[in-house]
Design a binder for this molecule. Structure first.
Ligand SMILES: Nc1nc2c(c(=O)[nH]1)N[C@H]1C(S)=C(S)[C@@H](COP(=O)(O)OP(=O)(O)OC[C@H]3O[C@@H](n4cnc5c(=O)[nH]c(N)nc54)[C@H](O)[C@@H]3O)O[C@H]1N2
Ligand SMILES: Nc1nc2c(c(=O)[nH]1)N[C@H]1C(S)=C(S)[C@@H](COP(=O)(O)OP(=O)(O)OC[C@H]3O[C@@H](n4cnc5c(=O)[nH]c(N)nc54)[C@H](O)[C@@H]3O)O[C@H]1N2
Ligand code: SF4
Ligand SMILES: [Mo]
Length: 693
């Protein structure tokens, strides 16, 4: 970017700049930043953007506090202390980049696959998240990263069943008469969807929340089905059972637009509500009633989210839920069907942005980001250098004990590009200062709505911060990569993200957002983007891989009630005022969350002599984590909630919930199983602050 033109000038002029929220959230809000004398003085939701409607969540309404935070990394730094100590000294950009290019070049000369990029959705922007970085690593021939840590189980499950991450348009939920909010705490993590759910409720719709935790969303719904973690497929199959025995089916839709109905019918008939009730740990009558509501109400809409797929059978569960709207013909209505993610509706030109052709026929190995702990400890084909950006794996990846041991390896060369000194940054050899969304260009799709947003920089970069794309351009230059694509600047990359016929870039610059042209009811007449063009109850593609072609209930690896040593199932869903591990260092938001908490039901607490506010030890065979117990009506018996994702170093004992989670993967999509985790909890002797000293 042209920083000169943005440098603070001696002017009192105030202007506004349009942007996009970069965070990993389905809402992808449109932002308006007010800038005075080169300083951001106000940041608001864009009232002209219908999905944002001028409203931001609490977190991002504090984005200026985050941006101006005293903890921003403002210059390149080189490690001086032991790995993990977080001790650095400043170094110039030239010195840092020259040395990094030299080290990566040496490794690439002998074994390029010993280099691993590690990135996720710290920013969802296509430019700072998946453009120049990918070009660089493709040209280098580095190991490929399988980006599975969030959504691949459900995403691939939808691919097999419906043909992609496609579904209802979020705005039409407001017209539904029944909404199942399934595995999602919308008020915390999908606020702008919740507005539509409320509108529907005001118009007489019934809202049902299906979630082990009695979340703030469950509080506001008409009904809460508090099933055990990892039992959603059993519930969905017994709903099908009831649709079948009561003939609440749309036979015409099934005949014309589905594949595998006789087989699915047979499978579902094995799941009477009594069986599902026992597996799910909910009353049989509640399942029967839910099926009646779903079978007899139109339009009926399902907002599925990713909470229900972070278990062993997460892919099968998402598949089972994805079958439901075809059985009742809910897709015929624009306010009927299911929405997990809308990201598959965007014609992003990823080949242009990422340039996989730069691999030039090489096929590097692929490393699963969800098992980065094992990957870094693997001695057979060692990773010798890792470049981390847009992610904080030491905090967010499962089985932290191994992740930390991997990053602590003395022979691992680690570069971390960050805005803040996160837990991962503490392990860097080089820590490079990254720009924020107010300081760089980007272009955004959404996984909740269907607009494209452009983010124009509002401020000059703080200190010596530089965008991710700038860093990879500079490394490419130093390594002699001379393809013209390595010269594209950040705004040019924005313009390459979509073909002109899909998105008019000039209009986007003008307005800040553009809406994709899509049908209101995408599958009213079938036309699913599967190989058969139908909703695939039975998936030949799965069967060809030796998998079950039909959805089934796949029990958790660590199912509730199967271990005497670790009798409690722990889930670790997001804390409302953090976004994954982002914002944990923002003082005003951390003040709201307080300390790392474990919500526990009174029965489980009493049995262990635990009182609210007491520090407890949560442990299993993988590790232990200390946090504060909260005896809570939000917990059901047998399930505890360790709200995430705290920075380890801001916790009570330098760990977070991921000390306890495992690296085992989901049935479909190679995803993590964060919510498939058994633990025991015990009270710790309390410090005698009051009585003693
Ligand atoms: N405030 C806030 N917003 C966020 C995030 C955040 O960290 N904080 N994270 C963002 C990210 S990365 C994502 S991927 C999205 C989506 O994030 P999701 O993972 O969908 O997060 P939640 O909306 O909290 O929904 C998860 C819900 O699923 C429940 N759950 C856990 N296990 C099960 C289960 O086995 N079955 C069912 N039915 N429910 C279960 C949890 O109790 C929780 O209420 O949200 C994004 N939005
Ligand atoms: N126990 C448990 N663990 C979980 C989950 C859970 O529910 N429970 N959720 C999982 C899910 S859904 C996800 S998506 C992952 C998320 O894990 P991550 O993708 O690692 O997300 P964040 O924790 O938000 O970390 C993103 C980092 O990127 C940095 N960043 C932001 N913008 C930029 C930029 O422009 N440039 C650079 N260089 N850095 C930037 C931020 O400062 C932040 O430190 O965590 C997973 N981990
Ligand atoms: S985190 Fe989500 S709700 Fe909050 S401003 Fe960003 S996109 Fe909107
Ligand atoms: Mo995520």
């Amino acid at each position: 970017m042209d920083t000169a033109s943005l440098a603070p000038e001696a002017t009192t002029e105030t202007h506004t700049v349009r942007g996009a929220c970069p965070h990993d959230c389905p809402d992808t809000c449109a932002l308006v930043t007010t800038v005075k004398d080169g300083v951001a003085v106000k940041l608001q939701g864009n009232p002209d953007h219908k999905h944002t409607a001028g409203v931001l969540c609490t977190k991002v309404s504090r984005y200026i506090e985050r941006n101006d935070h005293a903890g921003r990394i403002v210059q390149p730094m080189k490690r001086v202390g032991a790995k993990g100590s977080g001790q650095f000294e400043p170094v110039s950009w030239d010195a840092a980049l020259d040395d990094i290019a030299r080290r990566l070049g040496e490794l690439a000369a002998s074994d390029a696959e010993s280099i691993l990029p590690y990135s996720y959705a710290g920013t969802m922007g296509l430019v700072q998240g998946e453009s120049m970085d990918r070009r660089f690593f493709h040209k280098l021939g580095a190991s490929l990263l399988d980006r599975t840590i969030c959504s691949t189980a459900g995403g691939e499950a939808f691919g097999y069943t419906l043909g992609g991450k496609v579904g209802m348009r979020v705005e039409f939920f407001s017209e539904a008469k029944l909404i199942l909010i399934w595995g999602s705490n919308s008020i915390a993590s999908n606020l702008h969807f919740w507005r539509h759910a409320q509108a529907a409720k005001r118009a007489g719709a019934r809202l049902v929340c299906i979630d082990p935790r009695k979340t703030e969303t469950a509080d506001k719904c008409d009904e809460h089905v508090a099933l055990l973690p990892g039992t959603d497929a059993a519930l969905a199959l017994s709903l099908m059972h009831e649709l079948i025995v009561n003939d609440w089916l749309d036979h015409d839709y099934i005949d014309r637009h589905t594949v595998g109905w006789p087989q699915l019918r047979e499978r579902a008939m094995q799941w009477p509500p009594s069986r599902a009730a026992a597996v799910c740990g909910v009353p049989e009558a509640q399942i029967v009633e839910l099926a009646r509501a779903y079978g007899t109400t139109q339009p009926a809409a399902i907002r599925l989210n990713y909470g229900m797929q972070r278990v062993r059978g997460g892919g099968n569960a998402a598949r089972a839920v994805a079958c439901l709207p075809a059985l009742t013909g809910a897709w015929r209505h624009r306010a009927g069907g299911v929405l997990l993610s809308s990201s598959g509706l965007y014609p992003v030109d990823r080949a242009a942005l990422q340039r996989p052709d730069l691999l030039a026929g090489r096929q590097p190995r692929t490393i699963n980001m969800s098992t980065v702990g094992d990957a870094l400890l693997d001695q057979a084909r060692p990773v010798r250098a890792v470049v981390v950006y847009n992610s904080n794996p030491v905090a967010v990846a499962p089985e932290s004990g191994k992740v930390v041991a991997g990053f602590a390896r003395k022979d691992l060369f680690t570069v971390v590009m960050e805005q803040f000194q996160t837990d991962t940054a503490d392990y860097a050899d080089y820590l490079l200062p990254a720009t924020t969304q107010l300081e760089h260009w980007d272009i955004h799709f959404s996984y909740g709505h269907t607009d494209v947003l452009l983010n124009t920089p509002a401020l000059a970069p703080r200190g010596q911060a530089r965008s991710n794309a700038w860093v990879f351009r500079e490394l490419a230059r130093r390594m002699g990569f001379d393809e013209p694509c390595f010269a594209d600047d950040d705004e040019a990359l924005c313009a390459q993200a979509f073909a002109p016929e899909a998105v008019d870039y000039a209009a986007l610059r003008e307005q800040g957002f553009a809406t994709l042209r899509l049908p209101d009811a995408p599958f009213a007449e079938g036309g699913f983007p599967t190989p058969s063009g139908k909703c695939e109850f039975f998936s030949q593609r799965l069967a060809d891989q030796g998998q079950d072609g039909l959805p089934d209930h796949v029990p958790n690896y660590e199912a509730a009630g199967t271990s005497a040593d670790y009798p409690l199932a722990m889930i670790s869903p997001p804390a409302r005022n953090f976004l994954n591990s982002s914002f944990v260092n923002v003082t005003s938001l951390r003040a709201i969350e307080g300390e790392p908490l474990l919500e526990i039901h009174a029965d489980d607490a009493n049995a262990r002599g635990i009182e609210s506010g007491q520090v407890v030890r949560v442990f299993n065979g993988r590790g232990e984590h200390r946090c504060r117990a909260e005896v809570s009506r939000r917990a059901r018996p047998g399930v505890v909630h360790g709200l995430g994702i705290w920075w380890r170093k801001l916790g009570l004992d330098g760990t977070n919930v991921n000390q306890l989670t495992s690296q085992r993967l989901t049935d479909i999509g190679r995803g993590p199983t964060f919510y498939d985790c058994l633990v025991q909890v015990e009270a710790l002797p309390q410090p005698e602050a009051a009585a003693g000293a």
